[in-house]
Design a protein. Structure first.
Length: 232
């Protein structure tokens, strides 16, 4: 097993293989996923940020994981459609959140396209897992999903959390890390720690007006973005 993992790290795999490895990691990590919330008070406190964000109407949650954020969204929203690629994490989310206004759907955000529009598109700890080369396509999907005057709202780790990660030997600095699970397996995962000013500029170049700020020192970022020309 260790030899196979090291081969993965040394091959310099393209995005498709890297993202497949990332999906496999989160499927395998499903039973360990919530541990970090139990261990870190700052993450639990961050859940309260929902109350301060302009979440309203029909909400689309991308990469919902085990539903840590879904219940809080459901309390604010008319409806929540929560997507994740991993059936294993969705099973946990469905058991955790039983609100009648929540619909869970298995879908890969990188290939999924919306069949309707939403007032809010929300994603927590997901943007950092989008490869830089895929940011334009990802934000196009978000734009497709937003109703007129809708908002994209996101929360993620900030630059101050980079020290927690182990860089993958073959990855571009600051974009690919190595994650370890309890069974000893190792997986490459995309992890980009966005600086607010840089991300704001990148979004502007993609046609978005964004307010991105640091919270908890430099540990987390919170952002609200609207397509330019569609603000109310």
């Amino acid at each position: 097993m260790a030899g196979e993992d090291e081969a993965l790290v040394d091959q310099g795999l393209p995005d498709e293989a890297l993202l497949a490895e990332q999906r496999a990691y989160y499927r395998a990590r499903a039973q360990e996923y919530d541990r970090v919330y139990a261990e870190r008070e700052d993450l639990r406190n961050l859940l309260a940020a929902i109350d301060e964000l302009p979440i309203t109407g029909d909400v689309l949650e991308l990469a919902c994981g085990t539903g840590q954020w879904t219940g809080a969204l459901a309390e604010r929203a008319h409806s929540v459609t929560a997507l994740d690629a991993a059936a294993e994490t969705l099973d946990i989310a469905c058991a955790r959140v039983t609100s009648p206004n929540v619909l869970f759907t298995q879908a890969d955000v990188f290939t999924w396209h919306p069949s309707r529009r939403y007032d809010t598109v929300f994603f927590a700890f997901w943007l950092s897992h989008v490869p830089p080369s895929r940011l334009p396509a990802f934000w196009n999907t978000v734009r497709e999903a937003l109703a007129p005057h809708g908002k994209a709202i996101f929360i993620d780790e900030g630059p101050g959390e980079a020290w927690r990660e182990e860089a993958a030997a073959d990855g571009q600095p600051g974009s690919v890390v190595l994650r370890r699970l309890d069974d000893g397996s190792r997986h490459r995962v995309v992890k980009v720690f966005h600086e607010p000013e840089t991300l704001t500029g990148d979004l502007a170049a993609l046609g978005w007006s964004a307010d991105v700020r640091l919270v908890g020192g430099r540990s987390f970022i919170v952002g609200v973005a609207e397509p330019v020309g569609e603000r109310g």
